[in-house]
Ligand binder design. Structure first.
Ligand SMILES: [Fe+2]
Length: 295
């Protein structure tokens, strides 16, 4: 997509997509679902309101399951699957076809690995599955156990970040209009290549569609032996700084039984670094990839 077309899209996009974190009315983004006699029920009204927020509103919602403290971890994990499945088809996340993933630190901070979801240290703003042919339109992150310290969810609107970037870096817009090599942190299909080339940004079905995860792009180019130019290096550095700028990021500490559901095309997400404690359950989130538009 060329720069002029991109700027035209920003000029005509729904103003609500450009939200300011300090002006978000958080309670209006939160929903309770009905949970009685061991059965989760998501009414069509609540479902539609949530989907409207995710695709035609600020890009995300928070859902609370009542009485989560009275459920075991396993019961709550089952609830997370039912809840995510209420919003669309659950997509496989690995070669085995699992439609959920337990996000939990599995390596120490001084042994970083490419799969950033297994760490507790610094990570970057991103869209999920930026390296996949088929990407989820939405993701959900269901909190089984929060971290003892840190780990809050971080959300930024790609529309807001991009418009701020266009204002301050209008002389370096071309890196937004090209493709990059993405390293696949894990393969979803046995015959997947380790590195794949995709465009960073497009407009699909009337909205921005980012494949944004700088560490995987950086690694993809390194593995491929194709080095990024100065314009691109500056672009990613500036864009990443903006995507993390405090006044552009909404931070929310998910509690046990709360679920964040977010647009995966133009909402960037991340979590703050955190620490687990030997005296409390390890931080555990259940991630689902949701294909909402086909449901
Ligand atoms: Fe993610």
């Amino acid at each position: 997509m060329q720069t002029n077309a991109l700027l035209d899209h920003l000029a005509s996009a729904n103003p609500i997509f450009f939200w300011d974190p300090s002006k978000l009315e958080v309670e209006r983004l939160c929903f309770h679902v009905d949970f009685k006699a061991g059965t989760l029920n998501v009414s069509s009204g609540v479902r539609n309101d949530i989907l409207n927020n995710v695709f035609d509103g600020p890009g995300f919602s928070i859902i609370r399951v009542p009485n989560a403290d009275q459920l075991t971890d396993n019961e709550l994990e089952e609830v997370s699957h039912v809840l995510a499945g209420a919003f669309g088809a659950l997509m496989p996340q690995n070669e085995a076809g699992d439609t959920f993933y337990r996000v939990q630190a599995k390596v120490s901070a001084d042994r970083p690995e490419y799969r950033l979801s297994n760490t507790s240290g610094d990570t970057s703003m991103h869209t999920d599955c930026s390296y996949g042919d088929e990407r989820p339109s939405a993701i959900s992150l269901f909190c089984i156990n929060p971290a003892v310290e840190g780990g809050e969810s971080m959300i930024a609107s790609g529309y807001r970040v991009l418009s701020e970037y266009a204002k301050s870096h209008h002389d370096n817009m071309s890196p937004l209009s090209r493709s990059y090599f993405y390293h696949r942190s894990h393969k979803r299909h046995a015959d997947d290549e380790q590195v794949a080339e995709y465009r960073l940004l497009d407009v699909v079905n009337g909205t921005l569609s980012f494949r944004y995860k700088w560490p995987y792009i950086e690694l993809g180019h390194k593995v491929k032996g194709v080095f990024l130019g100065e314009n691109e290096t500056h672009f990613f550095s500036s864009f990443e700084t903006l995507a993390n700028r405090a006044d552009l990021v909404f931070r929310y500490p998910l509690k046990r039984g709360e679920c964040l559901i977010g647009n995966n095309k133009w909402i960037f997400h991340n979590r703050a670094p955190y620490s687990d404690s030997p005296h409390a359950p390890k931080r555990l989130m259940i991630r689902h990839w949701i294909d909402s538009r086909t449901s």
